[in-house]
Write a protein that binds this ligand. Structure first.
Ligand SMILES: NC(=O)c1ccc[n+]([C@@H]2O[C@H](COP(=O)([O-])OP(=O)(O)OC[C@H]3O[C@@H](n4cnc5c(N)ncnc54)[C@H](O)[C@@H]3O)[C@@H](O)[C@H]2O)c1
Length: 442
C-alpha cells in the first residue's frame, strides 16, 4: 500500500451513517453543538491529542490538524439510514443519552436529518420491527439501492467525498465461509443468488460504499468487512476499510489494563467481565444469536496481549482449553439503566510463588458518550487515509476498535495492546503528514 503525504481536502465531507440510534444521534448532536461553540468534543483524539514530530532539539508536539490536512467539523454534512422513521432530533430525544438542554439548541439541524429507508432483514435483528425499510428483490438489488442513495446524497448536497459508518444494531453472527466470502466474484454471485444466510445487509452497505468510492467503517462487531472478499474489493476500489466494534467501555479498560499484568510478569488465572445495559443496543444483544457476534469480538482482546504459548508459567493456568486462563464475557439487558452501562471485571491474578490476588474494576460509563468521539475520529481519519492513498484494512485505527481487523490469510496477528495501538496511530499520522514513522513497535 502506498504511503504518501495526504492531499488537502476539497469541499464538504459527507458522513452517511447506518443506524440513527443512540450513538449516532449523540455524535451528530455533539458535532452541531461544538460548531456553535456550545459544547466541547471531549474524548476525541483528532480534536485534542498531540503528537511529537521531529527528535531531539527539533521536536515539537502538535495537534493532528497541524500535522495532517484533516477535514474540520464545519465540513461535515450528515445523512443516515434507519429502520425507524424518527429524525435525528427525535432519535436523540428517544435515546435519552443527552439532556434536552444539550439537544434543543441544534434542533433545526437535527430535524433536517431524516433517515433514508434501511436495507434491512428482520432475521438479522429480530427485536426490531420498524417499517422504514427498502423493498428489495434480492441482495444485489439491496446493494444497488444503497449505491443510488449515496449518489443521490452527493448530488443533492454537493459533498465532494463520503465516508460510510455502520453504527446500526449488531447483526446475528455470520461466520466466515471461504466459499462465499473468499473472493469478490463469489460474494457478488451470492448477492445475485439472494443468499440471505451468508450475505448480511451490512455487507450490502459495505459493498455499495466501496464501489461508490467511499471508505467504510464497521462500528459493530459484524464480520462484514472482515472477510477476504471485502479486502479484495477495498484493494480494487482503492478505498480504506476499518473495523470492527467501537472500543468504548469494558474493552478499552481491558486493553489498557492487561498490559499492566503482562509488563510486570504477573500470572493470570481468569478474567470475568459482566455488564448491565438497558438501551436498544442491549435489547438487540439480548437475542443469543446477536450476542454471539459481540462475544466473539470481546473475547479476542486478551489473547494477543497475554499469550499462554509465550509465557506458560504465567498464562498457562486456569481451565479454559482455548486461552488457558478462563475468560468470560457477559452482557445483560437491564432496561432501568438505559445507556448508562455498568461493567464489572473480576481479575484473578497471581504473583511471587503463585500467591493469588484479585483486582475488581467497576466502570459506570455512558456508552454513547464514549462512542461518539470514536465516530468522529474514525470518520475524519478514514477520509484522511483515502486522501493519503491508503486503502484496504487500516490497522492504525485499531486504537479505536475492540476487535481489530487483520489479514488472517497472511498469518497477521491483531494488535490489541492499547499502547502499541497508540504507537501505530501516531506513526500513521506522522507518515500522512510527510514525516517519518519514528517509533518502534515492540
Ligand atoms: N455505544 C457503545 O459503547 C458501542 C460500543 C461498541 C459497539 N457499539 C455498537 O454500535 C451500534 C449502535 O449502538 P447504539 O447504542 O446506537 O444502538 P441503537 O439500537 O440505539 O441504534 C442502532 C440503530 O440501528 C438501526 N438499524 C438496525 N439495523 C439497521 C439496518 N440494517 N439499516 C439501518 N439501520 C439499522 C436500528 O433501528 C437502531 O435505530 C451497535 O451495533 C452497538 O453494538 C456501540
Amino acid at each position: 500500500m502506498a504511503t504518501k503525504k495526504a492531499e488537502a481536502p476539497k469541499g464538504k465531507l459527507g458522513v452517511m451513517v447506518v443506524g440513527l440510534g443512540a450513538v449516532t444521534s449523540t455524535f451528530m448532536t455533539g458535532v452541531f453543538m461544538t460548531r456553535k461553540g456550545l459544547a466541547k468534543p471531549i474524548g476525541s483524539c483528532t480534536q485534542y491529542d498531540k503528537i511529537r514530530i521531529g527528535k531531539g532539539e527539533d521536536k515539537k508536539y502538535l495537534h493532528y490538524k497541524d500535522i495532517v490536512p484533516l477535514a474540520t467539523l464545519d465540513d461535515i454534512v450528515f445523512a443516515a439510514w434507519d429502520v425507524y422513521p424518527a429524525n435525528a432530533y427525535e432519535a436523540a430525544i428517544n435515546a435519552e443519552v443527552l439532556k434536552e438542554k444539550d439537544i434543543n439548541p441544534v434542533k433545526d439541524e437535527l430535524e433536517a436529518i431524516k433517515p433514508l429507508k434501511a436495507a434491512f432483514d428482520h432475521n438479522y435483528a429480530k427485536r426490531l420491527d420498524g417499517d422504514n425499510v427498502k423493498d428489495c428483490k434480492d441482495r444485489w438489488d439491496m446493494t444497488e439501492q444503497i449505491r443510488e442513495d449515496i449518489r443521490n446524497f452527493k448530488k443533492e448536497t454537493g459533498v465532494e467525498r463520503v465516508v460510510v459508518l455502520w453504527a446500526a444494531s449488531t447483526e446475528v453472527y455470520v461466520p466466515v465461509d471461504e466459499k462465499i466470502h473468499g473472493t469478490v466474484e463469489a460474494l457478488e454471485a451470492a448477492m445475485k443468488a439472494d443468499d440471505k444466510e451468508h450475505i448480511a445487509p451490512s455487507m450490502c452497505y459495505a459493498y455499495a460504499a466501496l464501489t461508490e468510492g467511499c471508505p467504510f467503517i464497521m462500528g459493530a462487531p459484524n464480520t462484514t468487512v472482515d472477510i477476504p472478499a471485502m479486502w479484495e474489493l477495498a484493494e480494487k476500489t482503492k478505498m480504506p476499510i476499518a473495523g470492527k466494534d467501537f472500543k468504548t467501555g469494558q474493552t478499552l479498560v481491558k486493553s489498557g489494563f492487561a498490559p499492566i499484568i503482562g509488563d510486570r510478569c504477573l500470572g493470570l488465572n481468569g478474567w470475568f467481565s459482566t455488564n448491565i445495559l438497558g438501551n436498544r443496543d442491549g435489547l438487540v444483544l439480548d437475542e443469543p444469536a446477536n450476542f454471539r457476534t459481540k462475544e466473539v469480538s470481546k473475547l479476542s482482546t486478551l489473547e494477543t496481549i497475554l499469550v499462554p504459548e509465550d509465557q506458560p508459567d504465567l498464562y498457562g493456568h486456569g481451565n479454559d482449553e482455548d486461552t488457558q486462563y478462563y475468560h468470560k464475557v457477559r452482557i445483560n439487558y437491564y432496561p432501568p439503566r438505559n445507556d448508562n452501562k455498568e461493567g464489572w471485571d473480576n481479575i484473578d491474578i497471581f504473583g511471587w510463588m503463585g500467591y493469588p490476588m484479585q483486582i475488581k474494576i467497576n466502570f459506570l460509563c455512558r456508552d454513547s458518550i464514549l462512542a461518539a468521539p470514536l465516530c468522529l475520529d474514525l470518520v475524519l481519519l478514514s477520509d484522511l487515509a483515502a486522501r493519503a492513498g491508503r486503502y484496504g484494512t487500516q490497522r492504525f485505527l485499531s486504537f479505536f476498535l475492540k476487535s481489530p481487523m487483520h489479514d488472517y490469510t497472511k498469518g497477521e496477528v491483531p494488535v490489541n495492546n492499547l499502547y502499541q495501538q497508540h504507537t501505530m496511530l501516531r506513526n500513521a499520522i506522522r507518515e500522512m503528514g510527510g514525516y517519518e514513522a519514528d517509533e518502534e513497535m515492540d
